[in-house]
Every structure is written in structure tokens, then in C-alpha cells.
Design a protein around this ligand. Structure first.
Ligand SMILES: C[S@@+](CC[C@H](N)C(=O)[O-])C[C@H]1O[C@@H](n2cnc3c(N)ncnc32)[C@H](O)[C@@H]1O
Length: 240
């Protein structure tokens, strides 16, 4: 189950994650990786359905899956269907899904292995899994916070591209391209990052010393440039 309860922030989730500009950028990047013939997709961790809704507008039939009833409540009407389920135990038959997407899911979990295994189970041969990877690495890149944060960036994370690719290979899912999208509205100020360091949710090893050095940067209240996130596409091998 989730360590963090998205029910509590469901009503303000969209505005705090860059709203439609971020969702459209993510959806366009996902769509750009899907084969032209793709008609239906399963959106794992669909949340409020803001990304899946953009994919639906682009012509796909979208089934959303999420654990949070509050997030699913927001998703109602945006997707063709939205069901409450754990992405590690999907209510789908083996080999039934044309494509599966997961935007900002694997960065939240302790272990990506059961998620990748479940996606591999439901994907049909030739089907595509498109997932964000390396989420935290996208933050503060190219800004003056970069050098301060670099020593405290975790080396191996559950959503690391290398880790996800290796897990996928064990289930006959092979890399099939990648794409990037801008996290509109996700640029953080040094003061915001310092607060996360102090609460221990990010770069915790840096402690008070890192928090103070962040706050000592010029214009500590000013958000730095929006991050660029990475999507990885993995294709299930055709039989035979
Ligand atoms: C950061 S939000 C991302 C929502 C959406 N993909 C987006 O990009 O706006 C993460 C979502 O993952 C969902 N989630 C976390 N663990 C899950 C799991 N094991 N199965 C299904 N959903 C999960 C949460 O409830 C939350 O809605």
C-alpha cells in the first residue's frame, strides 16, 4: 500500500503539478512513443486523470487504474473507465493490453519489480509499456542548485532507467525508444528544496548544512527552471 495518501491532496493535485500544460506535455510525449495503430491504453496510477484525459482527447480509449479513491473521484468523466486497483494486481486478463502507461508511479514505490512483472503479464505480444524513469534526477538540473544537490542525489532508485530496463528484460520487455517532456510548473525554489531537505523527504543526507547553503543562493524564493522528465518505452517481444 501507499506510504503517502493521495486522497488528501486530490482536490488540489492538478494545480500543484503544473495543471494542463504539464499534463499535455506528458500526454504528447507518451503518444509520440506509441505505435500509430494503438487504440486503447491502460493508464496506471492515473491519479486525477489529467494526463489520461489528454490522451483520450487525442483519440485513445483510456482505462485508468489507481489506488486512491479521492484521485479516482477527480478522474471520473475524464477517462473512458477508471477502476480502483493496485497496479501490482491488475483486474485484466493476461496478454489483453495493447499499451500501458505509468507517469510518475515507479518513483513512488520501494520496488519496481512487481509493477513491471504485472505490466508484462497484461501486455499482449508487441504491446508497449511507457513509463517515467529517473524522476528525481530531473530536478534542479542546469540550475545553481545542481552543484549543491549533486553529492546527495541517490545513486540507484526504483525508477532508475537502468533498474527498470533490467527488470523489464527479465520479462521479455525490450527498450523501444524514449522521450522527454517539460514539467511545467515543477521548477522549485532553493527555499522549497531546503524545506524538503529539513523534513527529510529529499536529499536528507545533506541535513541542515545543505538547507542553509540552498537558502544562501541568490534569490532563494525564485523557482528555478522547470525540470525535463524522461519516458522510457519497453516493448513486449512477439512470440515465435
Ligand atoms: C504522482 S501521482 C501521478 C498521477 C498521474 N499519473 C499524473 O501524472 O498526474 C501518483 C499516483 O499513483 C497512485 N498510486 C501509487 N501507488 C499505486 C499502486 N500501487 N497502484 C495504483 N496506483 C498507485 C497514487 O494514488 C497517485 O494517484
Amino acid at each position: 500500500m501507499l506510504d503517502y495518501d493521495y486522497d488528501d491532496e486530490a482536490a488540489r493535485y492538478d494545480e500543484s503539478r503544473g495543471g494542463l500544460p504539464r499534463a499535455r506535455a506528458a500526454a504528447e510525449a507518451v503518444a509520440g512513443l506509441l505505435p500509430r495503430r494503438t487504440r486503447t491504453l491502460v493508464d496506471l496510477a492515473c491519479g486525477t486523470g489529467i494526463v489520461g484525459g489528454c490522451l483520450r482527447e487525442a483519440g485513445y480509449t483510456v482505462l485508468g487504474v489507481d489506488l486512491s479513491a479521492g484521485m479516482l473521484h477527480q478522474a471520473a468523466g475524464r477517462l473512458d473507465a477508471a477502476v480502483r486497483a493496485d497496479a501490482r494486481a491488475l483486474p485484466l486478463a493476461p496478454g489483453s493490453a495493447e499499451a500501458v502507461t505509468a507517469v510518475w508511479l515507479l518513483n513512488l514505490v520501494d520496488d519496481a519489480a512487481p509493477f513491471v512483472a504485472e505490466v508484462a503479464r497484461v501486455l499482449r505480444p508487441g504491446g508497449l509499456f511507457v513509463t517515467t524513469v529517473d524522476k528525481s534526477a530531473a530536478h534542479a538540473r542546469g540550475s545553481d542548485m545542481d552543484a549543491l544537490l549533486d553529492p546527495y542525489r541517490p545513486v540507484e532508485l526504483p525508477d532508475g532507467a537502468g533498474r527498470v530496463t533490467a527488470l523489464a528484460a527479465a520479462h521479455d520487455l525490450r527498450p523501444h525508444g524514449s522521450a522527454r517532456f517539460t514539467g511545467h510548473g515543477q521548477g522549485r525554489s532553493p527555499r522549497e528544496v531546503a524545506a524538503r531537505v529539513r523534513e527529510g523527504s529529499q536529499y536528507a543526507a545533506g541535513g541542515e548544512d545543505l538547507a542553509r547553503r540552498l537558502e544562501a543562493l541568490p534569490r532563494p524564493e525564485e523557482p528555478r527552471p522547470d525540470p525535463t522528465y524522461t519516458l522510457l518505452a519497453l516493448r513486449k517481444r512477439n512470440r515465435g
